[in-house]
Design a protein around this ligand. Structure first.
Ligand code: HEC
Ligand code: HEC
Length: 341
């Protein structure tokens, strides 16, 4: 018998006329504890064997991440679109490149990115090292070419000892730039949020509304099918029925019908700091996101079979939002590095 039999019975009851009251659902503590365990945080950051952590690499990577000299006209850095004060995003619907041009998609967060299986909304990069060179050399983003990036870095004398310490005996190259950036990015990890303290056993860490919202998230609203584990993502690609011509993963894997309009399920960590939402930045609030899932999606062949209409009462919707708010951690503010001269 399923360990979640009570919750599952509850979902079945919800689908029928008999209903299943929240009080009833919350009275199955062992099953809720079991569910909570699926969201326990890991204790270590995974670094790949071919780019192990070193403090020197992290410090160098952080400087490069914040350095606008790495863009063609010297005005934007990685941090312009991945701003720590805006949940490592930019608060815009879609990113803006070095010519103030609009990009095709919304800037993703780099929070907890060390654990991500594939990068970009469509998963087209498979490592942070490979990913980093895309915006750097991309005409729409930072507009650099290999020669200019390396010349700019070499002309900045302060970078020489930093590279020597991070990569002893290796030249300044796109490979070492990418390794340093990736090392810094892997250290951008969300701190413990109220939700985590509740998972660890502190019943007072979150309110009753958020506890009810957690159950709705895992049952009636079906969110946890895709937003699973401690980062609240299964790292998969799904079409959730947003309008638009962007084929997402489908442009990469064009022969798979279910991957048309499919995008990577984003983490929900610090979600309250990361509006607007979705690959196109089209949904301004969490309330709008939930209403989209309730019945705002487009029906088409590629729509995920896990997306189907449901109706929440105003209280249930408020509870679900209260739960999502508990995923925001009080991260220490990121100091902007003093750039080498
Ligand atoms: C002009 C804005 C802009 C700049 C500058 C920029 N990015 Fe991004 N970044 C984006 C956008 C937009 C996406 C999503 C693009 C997509 O998925 O097609 C993204 C995606 C990413 C991702 C993938 C996150 C995920 O969940 O898959 C990482 C990692 C990342 N950027 C790191 C960087 C690094 C490192 C730099 C500097 C070298 C950088 N970005 C510069 C806008 C920007
Ligand atoms: C079928 C899988 C699936 C289900 C079910 C699902 N999501 Fe999502 N979620 C996604 C995908 C995929 C995206 C990104 C879609 C896009 O941008 O096109 C997303 C995006 C989001 C975002 C925006 C994140 C960001 O960084 O912009 C939020 C918030 C969210 N989902 C919350 C929820 C909630 C709450 C529920 C339950 C009511 C839910 N999701 C159900 C797959 C799913």
């Amino acid at each position: 018998m399923s360990r979640f039999s009570f919750l599952i019975a509850c979902v079945a009851a919800l689908a029928s006329t008999s209903g299943c009251s929240i009080a009833q659902r919350m009275s199955a503590p062992s099953e809720i504890d079991e569910l909570k365990r699926q969201y326990a945080r890991p204790s270590e950051i995974p670094f790949p064997p071919d780019n192990p952590y070193s403090e020197e690499k992290r410090v160098l990577g952080k400087a490069l991440f914040f350095d606008p000299r790495l863009s063609k006209n010297g005005t934007i850095s990685c941090a312009s679109c991945h701003n720590p004060a805006l949940g490592w995003e930019d608060g815009l619907a879609v990113g803006r490149g070095h010519r103030s041009n609009e990009l095709a998609r919304h800037s993703s967060t780099i929070l907890d990115i060390a654990w991500a299986a594939a990068l970009f909304w469509d998963g087209r990069a498979d490592s942070l090292e490979a990913q980093a060179l895309v915006p750097l050399l991309g005409d729409a983003e930072m507009g650099m070419d290999e020669e200019t990036v390396l010349a700019r870095i070499k002309a900045t004398r302060g970078y020489a000892p930093m590279f020597a310490a991070a990569f002893p005996g290796k030249p300044v190259s796109l490979a070492t730039v990418a390794q340093a950036l990736a090392t810094f990015e892997r250290t951008v990890v969300s701190s413990e949020a109220p939700f985590d303290r509740w998972v660890e056993g502190d019943e007072r860490a979150i309110g009753d509304d958020a506890k009810r919202g957690f159950i709705t998230f895992n049952t009636k609203a079906n969110c946890a099918v895709c937003h699973s584990s401690w980062r609240f993502t299964n790292d998969g690609f799904q079409d959730i029925g947003l309008p638009g011509d962007d084929k997402g993963r489908g442009a990469e894997v064009s022969d798979v019908a279910e991957l048309q309009h499919a995008f990577k399920s984003p983490t929900l960590r610090n979600i309250s700091r990361r509006a607007p939402y979705m690959h196109d930045g089209s949904l301004p609030t969490l309330d709008a996101v939930i209403r989209h899932y309730e019945n705002g999606f487009i029906r088409r062949e590629s729509l995920s079979p896990d997306i189907h209409p449901f109706t929440l009462s105003d209280e249930e919707r408020a509870d679900l939002i209260a739960f999502l708010m508990t995923l925001t951690s009080d991260d220490p503010s990121t100091t902007i590095p003093v750039l080498p001269q």
